[in-house]
Design a protein around this ligand. Sequence first.
Ligand SMILES: Cc1cn([C@H]2C[C@H](OP(=O)(O)O)[C@@H](CO)O2)c(=O)[nH]c1=O
Ligand SMILES: [Mg+2]
Length: 215
Amino acid sequence: MSTRTRKSTHAHRTFGSSQKRLRVLVDMDQVLCDFEGSFLVKYREKYPEEPFIPLEERNTFYIADQYAKLEPDMQDKARDIWNAEGFFLNLPEIKGGCQALTEMSQMEDVDVFICTSPLTFYKYCLQEKFKWVEDHLGPDWISRLVITKDKTMVHGDVLIDDKPRIRGVRDPPSWKQVLFTAPYNQKVDLRGRQRLNTWTDDCWRDIIEDFKKRI
Ligand SMILES: Cc1cn([C@H]2C[C@H](OP(=O)(O)O)[C@@H](CO)O2)c(=O)[nH]c1=O
Ligand SMILES: [Mg+2]
């Protein structure tokens, strides 16, 4: 065997797998972390006399948009809750999310990244998102955390996200969105997107297997 042939055989073994890897991006708030539930508990503790919107009546993606309609200063009161130190750090997990992510990352030919947006008021949120990932998923996941205001800039095959309309500089984005169900996105036009209602059954696994066949 000539040197050239040997080299190419090695290259084939190392890099030449015909199976393309599926890159899955998974959002944090309202997909892995219970932003809405935690907001409501903290808001009611801080403002017990004020009106509030029960989870099942939430109908806008941004909480402040709906609270602004209750009374003019309500959106500032609402913002104080998620801008506070410790809000992101102490978000409870959406049931089954971290377990599903761990299992997804162990699937054959699947790469998983977390893809989340920071608040514009980033003082606590940024570092608390890192710490949340470390606490709930482990230190190895820190290198799988992508924080960006524009998710269309991130390359992937699938983005699992609760936001009904995700827009940015890249149109269309490289990924297809799977809409993770939340109160405010129950009635949105799916425009061909799939839904994922929960992490606690095996539907997420079927969706990932299905995408693997399509890439
Ligand atoms: C202000 C606000 C933020 N968020 C989340 C969305 C973003 O996180 P994520 O991309 O992980 O879903 C983050 C910054 O806006 O906070 C809500 O889910 N609802 C809100 O009302
Ligand atoms: Mg989200």
